[in-house]
Design a protein around this ligand. Structure first.
Ligand code: SF4
Length: 195
């Protein structure tokens, strides 16, 4: 994979910071899943969230099939970052950037990618879960936390600079990929085709 070219292409995107990492560095925790179950209103409402994404062990195994990942961070400014009515509308720009970055990584690696992004999927007005299959499995990105990933711990491990401000929102995505042909041979061909 031509990482220098990929980094030149990534530089054209409005990213705050990014980091390349080995997927073995990613911290998974059942505690994150517990928060999904007990505190998130999106739990059990979409294909992008638990329980549809599988157990944490299944999610971890799915992620670790890819040896490498790119952690992406974008930043948005709002008046009050604690106000979800202000922060959520800034999410779409991050999703668009994630999609562009995923295309760049997929082109650079020559193989598929597996993408995790923010919050729950909002592509359809009403998710097909649980009555019918996901309508857009190739475009649907589960959120990072849905897989039990401790995103702040990962970001710290990767040297991401946190902006401690009441008017700043940081959004995170993970793009899993393989830069090894022999490993990639056993991976799914397209982004979100999981098995
Ligand atoms: S693409 Fe539609 S059906 Fe699939 S997870 Fe998103 S909202 Fe649900």
């Amino acid at each position: 994979m031509d990482r220098e070219k990929l980094e030149r292409d990534l530089a054209a995107l409005p990213l705050y910071q990014y980091a390349f990492l080995d997927t073995a560095e990613i911290p998974f925790s059942e505690n994150v899943r517990h928060i999904c179950e007990t505190e998130c209103p999106m739990y059990n409402t979409t294909w992008a969230c638990p329980p549809a994404v599988g157990t944490v062990a299944e999610c971890k195994a799915r992620c670790l099939r890819w040896p490498r990942a790119l952690l992406l961070v974008t930043v948005a400014e709002v008046e009050d970052a604690a106000d979800m009515e202000q922060t959520l509308p800034t999410r779409q720009a991050h999703e668009d950037i994630t999609r562009q970055a995923a295309d760049l990584v997929e082109t650079a690696s020559g193989h598929g990618v597996y993408v995790l992004s923010t919050e729950s999927c909002a592509i359809c007005a009403h998710c097909a879960w649980p009555d019918a299959p996901c309508r857009h499995p190739d475009r649907m990105y589960p959120c990072v936390e849905s897989h039990g990933i401790l995103v702040t711990a990962l970001a710290e491990r990767c040297g991401i600079d946190f902006l401690y401000s009441s008017n700043v929102v940081l959004w995170f995505s993970l793009i899993f990929y393989s830069d090894q042909a022999e490993t990639a041979a056993g991976l799914p061909e397209t982004a979100q085709r999981k098995e």
